[in-house]
Design a binder for this molecule. Structure first.
Ligand code: 3PG
Length: 305
């Protein structure tokens, strides 16, 4: 059978090799489409049974062009790029690879924080992370890695996640807080790890962000969609001490940069999971999952059940 790896943002070559090895060892053929257009993707899916993607948009148009498709694996955590209802309607199994790239994303949180707290290394005196409080907004796989690294910096760690018990957080030496408002009030830095879905879209608003203490920093390595950008800009305009660092460039990036200068920082492309290690782990896990599904319907990480 044919398995397509379609990535607008390519994996490291070493990861592609690992994926190829898994696919070919199982007797399948690997097809690679890197940096392709939507039309390239629509043509490439025409005769494949399996598909591996990253943040690539897999919508009805793509599913309509893929009559033989049985399984899509998103090599990564968030699957908001895939039309799950359409997949289900067409009998296609969709899975993600939870946890495989989470350390890479968590490390970038601190990469951006140290950079901003040292004033982009411009020679002026900055601040340290030690003894500061970081608030983790959603305590999933990335959040847990953020907590682990934060402890290494000597930070206090608090977290809010209505789906994770206090015991789980306390076992990691993380203090649970009872509400999202309390999280922002208690944390000098809030790191966002909520997925983008109907409940979270545009949920990070001025009334929340302005609860941050003086010199507060909001770090977003999750999704741009969870931010209400106009509302965030109002908070940044009213409070000249607040900063916003994002690995997910906002729609209003240019306006924000112009208005707020170095108080905002955006990566050029989503870089959180863009390491060789994360590519290898998520890519190979995705390949193994596609192969296992095609072999005997293995679907442990199916997200459209
Ligand atoms: C994820 O959801 O796994 C991360 O946001 C990484 O996305 P990427 O594979 O597009 O870099």
């Amino acid at each position: 059978m044919k398995i397509l790896v379609a990535t607008e943002k390519p994996f490291a070559p070493v990861a592609v090799k690992g994926i190829r090895d898994v696919v070919e060892a199982a007797g399948h053929e690997l097809v690679l489409l890197e940096k392709g257009t939507k039309d390239d993707l629509k043509s490439a899916v025409a005769d494949v049974e399996g598909l591996i993607v990253r943040s690539d948009k897999i919508d009805k148009e793509v599913f309509d062009c893929a009559p033989k498709l049985k399984v899509v694996v998103r090599a990564g955590a968030g699957y908001d790029n895939i039309d799950l209802a359409e997949a289900t309607a067409k009998g296609v199994c969709v899975m993600n690879t939870p946890g495989q790239n989470s350390n890479a994303v968590a490390e970038l949180v601190f990469g951006m924080l140290v950079m901003a707290c040292r004033n982009y290394y411009n020679g002026t005196s900055g601040t340290e992370l030690k003894d500061k409080t970081i608030g983790i907004h959603a305590y999933g796989q990335v959040g847990r890695n953020v907590a682990r690294i934060a402890h290494g910096f000597g930070m206090n760690v608090v977290a809010f996640d209505p789906f994770v018990s206090a015991e789980v957080m306390e076992a990691d030496d993380v203090t649970p807080v009872g509400s999202v408002e309390e999280l922002y009030e208690k944390s000098l830095i809030v790191s966002l790890h909520i997925p983008a879905n109907d409940a979270t879209r545009k949920s990070v608003v001025k009334s929340l962000v302005e609860r941050l203490p003086k010199n507060g920093i909001l770090v977003n390595t999750a999704r741009k969609e969870v931010i209400d950008e106009d509302s965030l800009m109002e908070a940044l305009a009213e409070r000249s001490d607040l900063r916003y660092l994002a690995d997910v460039k906002p729609d209003a990036a240019d306006v924000m940069k112009e208005r707020f200068g170095d108080r905002v920082f955006f990566t050029l492309k989503k870089m959180g999971a863009q390491t060789a290690e994360a590519n290898i782990k998520a890519g190979i896990a995705a390949a193994e999952q596609v192969v296992a599904y095609l072999k005997d319907g293995w679907n442990k990480f199916q997200v459209n059940k």
